[in-house]
Ligand binder design. Structure first.
Ligand code: ATP
Ligand code: MG
Length: 410
């Protein structure tokens, strides 16, 4: 779990500002849910036999009432729960987004943390491939907007629940025939979550996986058409993609379209964004049946790409460092600072005394564009001295109104 220090928080803010504008551009509204949920919600939605539920959740018993609670490991389950609880679909389909910390007890490594952050986007009540396409097209726009390139889109379809069941039976049969080549995890999950084997990163398993039967051969007609239409829409939008028949995703609730945005610049933790359809989830959690799809991006992984790619992440530096010395000046400086702020300036008021020279050093170091200097002389005359810090322009002494104009127009 990381502390995000002031030296890096400006990159987070740059990201968050962009994300907010971008979501607005597509008409998504924010939903904020508690970080704690009843454990059962995640077990039922993500699936009992998944990495997350089996070994990654921070689960504890609330001693006051004996309830089992879990720090959310992802956001879709909470979002769907809230939508059902507040009957939001009654008003029609919903475009929603959420953001914030998620918790998974994983082995920490670069790009994999125990508290990490996601921005998630969910569309509930939409059945057609048009919304799948919207989700993917909007991702592509965000990458452009953030100046990130080299992220590739991988796409697959898992078909209907029935198609998956047919495929599952074939896959289990095949895996049983190759039992000796399977790792321990896969053997254990052979009958509970066999599809996950396709997603295995274990090099020793790659040959067995490559020769495994293909989901594509079991697909239902509706999913095939949905997938074809989605691809046509992506081509029309100029979004490149690659079909990856091994892409299955690690959460049980997915069906039909699944996708991942991947990069080879982050080592093994190359997936920066992932999602797809989860048409059965709303009903499964207790709502009226409603189709849905969504995705979540890993903020830390995206930030790593931003930091690597662009040196130009803007820092929001103060406009003014206010330097003051003398009894009269100290009092006047506080008023000057407030008036500058009234005009919209960011002002750091020097605190703690010290010589003009020491204060000017601080003014230089903080990155402000101007030092505004107040001595007793200025205070008496109700004036200030404005010294530009980023260029060689001359300092000027002026009344406060004039000084504010000078600072705000530059
Ligand atoms: P992975 O295969 O990397 O474990 P996942 O399939 O478990 O990912 P999802 O549940 O789909 O991940 O979450 C969506 C995104 O959140 C991931 O693509 C990734 O960018 C990010 N993410 C997931 N787990 C972590 C983590 N422990 N630390 C940082 N980012 C994470
Ligand atoms: Mg994972």
């Amino acid at each position: 779990m990381n502390d995000i220090l002031p030296e890096e928080s400006h990159v987070w803010e740059f990201f968050e500002d962009n994300v907010r504008d971008w979501l607005r551009a597509y008409g998504y509204r924010a939903i904020r849910t508690p970080i704690l949920e009843m454990t059962d919600l995640f077990v039922r939605s993500i699936g009992a036999v998944t990495d997350i539920v089996e070994k990654e959740m921070y689960t504890f018993v609330d001693e006051l009432n004996g309830e089992s609670l879990t720090l959310r490991p992802e956001g879709t389950a909470s979002c769907v729960r809230a939508v059902i609880e507040h009957n939001l679909l009654y008003a029609g389909p919903q475009r929603l987004w959420y953001g914030g910390p998620m918790f998974r007890h994983e082995r920490p490594q670069k790009g994999r943390y125990r508290q990490f952050h996601q921005i998630g986007v969910e569309a509930l009540g939409f059945a057609g491939p048009d919304i799948d396409a919207e989700h993917i097209v909007m991702c592509a726009r965000l990458w452009r907007r953030l100046g990130i390139d080299g992220i590739k889109l991988e796409l697959n379809t898992l078909g209907s629940t029935e198609a998956r069941a047919r495929y599952r039976a074939r896959l289990v049969k095949y895996l049983e025939q190759h039992r000796d080549a399977l790792d321990e995890d896969t053997r254990r999950r052979l009958h509970t979550n066999p599809l996950r084997v396709l997603d295995s990163k274990n090099p020793a398993m790659q040959a067995v996986i490559a020769a495994a039967p293909r989901l594509a051969d079991d697909l239902d007609e509706v999913s095939v058409r949905h997938f074809a239409e989605l691809q046509a829409m992506l081509r029309a939008a100029g979004v490149e993609f690659e079909i990856n028949p091994r892409l299955v995703r690690g959460l049980d609730y997915y069906n039909s379209t699944v996708f991942e945005w991947v990069t080879d610049r982050l080592g093994a933790q190359g997936t920066v964004c992932a999602g797809g359809r989860y048409d059965g989830l709303v009903e499964q959690i207790g709502g009226k049946p409603a189709p849905a799809c969504g995705y979540a991006m890993g903020v830390e992984r995206l930030l790593a790409l931003i930091v690597e790619g662009a040196s130009a992440v803007p820092r929001r530096l103060p406009d003014v460092y206010l330097v003051h010395q003398g009894e009269l000046a100290d009092r006047y400086a506080g008023q000057v600072a407030e008036q500058l702020r009234d005009a919209g300036a960011g002002v750091v008021l020097h605190c703690g005394g010290g010589s003009f020279k020491a204060q000017m050093k601080k003014a230089d170091a903080c990155g402000a564009r101007f030092a505004v200097i107040v001595g007793d002389d200025e205070a008496q005359a109700r004036e200030v001295t404005v010294k530009p810090l980023r260029d060689t322009a001359q300092q000027v002494r002026a009344g406060l109104g004039e000084a504010i104009n000078l600072i705000m127009k530059n």
